[in-house]
Design a protein around this ligand. Structure first.
Ligand SMILES: [Zn+2]
Length: 80
């Protein structure tokens, strides 16, 4: 796999944000988020889900609060 320059965990925060933004709302299927925060995964999530970035999103259409984990290859490991 190709690693981006400056990436701490295999993928950059910017790429993790793009991945999170590209994932449609689980409730209404829209891609409009009024809030999207990506932060490094906690040690517990890192161990349990192999997650390196943790995204918190609030849908701009239906207001659903979602959390998702992204691994070091840019795959979504869970959505909750
Ligand atoms: Zn929604």
């Amino acid at each position: 796999m190709q690693r981006e320059e400056g990436a701490v965990n295999g993928i950059t925060r910017e790429r993790a944000e793009r991945i999170a933004r590209a994932h449609a709302c689980e409730n209404c299927g829209e891609y409009s988020y009024k809030r999207l925060v990506v932060k490094p995964a906690s040690p517990a999530n890192r161990a349990e889900f192999n997650e390196v970035w943790h995204a918190v999103k609030v849908c701009g259409v239906c207001g659903l609060h979602q959390e998702m984990g992204i691994d070091d290859e840019g795959d979504v490991v869970y959505v909750g």
